[in-house]
Design a protein around this ligand. Structure first.
Ligand code: BG6
Length: 474
């Protein structure tokens, strides 16, 4: 099927995060992050207990896919595919090993000097997430993570250091990866260890989130002070929750589920807490401690653009009896009877991406960026040394078709697309290697065994062609 082309200068590329790819967790002065105490092959986002850290255990982030040592080779492969952009993150604890250090770790800074230099040489624009579930462990155990207002100060020390150092190499920044995921995985995202059963759970989480909002605005203000070439975006985990039926009660349940996510983008884009959230806080006795200047800070420093991850959708009903919980990292709703599922139970809904673009653009009228999208699947290395991943090609081409429609039929302003896990990396939720998203296969299994050899999958050649044709044909 022919597609109209994507906009001129559309940023095609892929996305990874530091903790899922770099490895070298304690090399060249890096300190441990919250991810470095998350064991492999665990249940999805189960709470991590840093005190139960077993030095003999298997912790997949410790080696990642060894991007730390192999970045040059990997960037060459991205260049071969024609990437215009690589979304990556900087590991906070590589720069400030404990988080509260006075001085940055020069070795860590030099590492990213090299990475950005290699990207620039390959004509690939870096898009850098400042915090991708990677808070330094010391800030979690000693300060209680983002719930403690001091964490803003430590984070800004990190942000100012990296924005100043890399201002000529990096022009696009994202503050907090899937900021709304805080509601479901507060330890990994906020460094706040609060149990599901804690009656004050939401109080702890929303207070910590407020501190991230303040840090987001301070980051925007700092970037603007550096130069007009700096652009800072928010990052939302966006999975629309449809009403199960057309019943008004189901519509209301869907609206509430959407507002739960909109809240995060509203504050970062509109610059204030939305009314529905203030009412929610009142009803639930949640009281956010703010400093007198916070409101003005939020109002004066909205982000420049909104990025989001999109994998799937789910449904919700006022009556949950008989419903099956849908799978997905940011989904807490039910399976749809109309939508097929991936091997991991994530619902595959290309049209949902077009809907998402419309919902978000209508609401915010800022440029959008698709920061993550992709299919986690088992791949088979065949006897001829190939990986025939037509299922991935199908998934991605249908989603690109829907994205193209959002842009060309609906007029949504989307300026880039980064396929998640463009090279196979450690999966975030369960720490598995064999949930693969990449165009490039990495020879490593769920126990961390393998040669780490990189092999081009069929989807590698497919994506290379998509980029070369600016998405014109699928
Ligand atoms: C998002 C995260 O939740 O989804 C990524 O930003 C993550 O870090 C991605 O890897 C896919 O999830 P998973 O659990 O399949 O790796």
């Amino acid at each position: 099927m022919k597609m109209t082309e994507f906009p001129k200068d559309f940023l095609w590329g892929g996305a990874i995060s530091a903790n899922q790819s770099e490895g070298a967790w304690n090399v060249d002065g890096k300190g441990p992050s919250i991810q470095d105490v998350a064991p492999g092959n665990r249940n999805v986002f189960t709470p991590i207990d840093p005190l139960k850290y077993d030095p003999k255990g298997y912790y997949p982030t410790h080696n990642g896919i060894d991007f730390y040592h192999r970045y040059a080779e990997d960037i060459k492969l991205f260049e071969e595919m024609g990437f215009k952009v690589l979304r990556m993150s900087i590991a906070w604890s590589r720069i400030f090993p404990n988080g509260d250090d006075d001085q940055p770790n020069e070795k860590g800074l030099e590492y990213y000097d090299h990475v950005f230099k290699a990207l620039r040489a390959a004509n690939i624009e870096p898009l850098v997430t400042l915090s991708h579930f990677e808070i330094p462990l010391h800030l979690v155990t000693e300060y209680g993570g983002w719930e403690n207002r001091d964490t803003i100060k430590f984070f800004m020390r990190f942000v100012k250091t990296v924005m100043t150092r890399y201002q000529h190499q990096v022009h696009y920044w994202l503050t907090f990866n899937e900021i709304n995921m805080a509601l479901y995985a507060p330890l990994q995202t906020l460094g706040v260890d609060v149990k599901m059963s804690d009656p004050d759970r939401e109080q702890h989480i929303y207070q910590a989130v407020h501190h991230q909002f303040v840090a987001s605005s301070l980051s925007v203000a700092f970037a603007r002070g550096l130069s007009t070439e700096q652009h800072v975006g928010a990052m939302l985990g966006y999975s629309p929750i449809y009403p199960l039926t057309g019943k008004p009660e189901d519509m209301l349940a869907s609206l509430k589920a959407e507002q739960e996510k909109f809240f995060f983008a509203d504050v970062q884009i509109k610059g204030h807490y939305p009314e529905f959230q203030l009412q929610y806080f009142k009803r639930h006795g949640i009281n956010i401690q703010m400093l007198p200047d916070d409101e003005a800070l939020l109002a004066n420093n909205p982000v420049d653009f909104l990025s989001f991850s999109y994998y799937s959708t789910a449904v919700i009903s006022a009556d949950s009896a008989g419903q099956t919980e849908a799978q997905g990292n940011v989904i807490h709703a039910f399976e749809s009877p109309y939508i097929p599922k991936s091997e991991w139970g994530w619902q595959i809904d290309p049209l949902g991406l077009r809907l998402s673009c419309n919902y978000l653009y209508d609401r915010y009228h800022v440029p959008l960026f698709i920061a993550e999208n992709g299919l986690g699947a088992h791949d088979q290395l065949t006897d001829d040394g190939a990986i025939h991943d037509d299922y991935r090609i199908n998934y991605l081409s249908q989603h690109l078709q829907a994205l193209n429609d959002a842009i060309n039929l609906d007029g949504v302003n989307v300026f880039g697309y980064t396929a998640w896990g463009c090279i196979d990396i450690i999966s975030a939720a369960a720490g598995e290697m064999e949930k693969r998203y990449g165009f490039i296969y990495v020879d490593q299994d769920n126990q961390g065994k393998g040669t780490l050899q990189r092999i081009r999958k069929d989807s590698f050649w497919w994506y290379q062609r998509v980029i070369a044709e600016n998405g014109a044909k699928q």
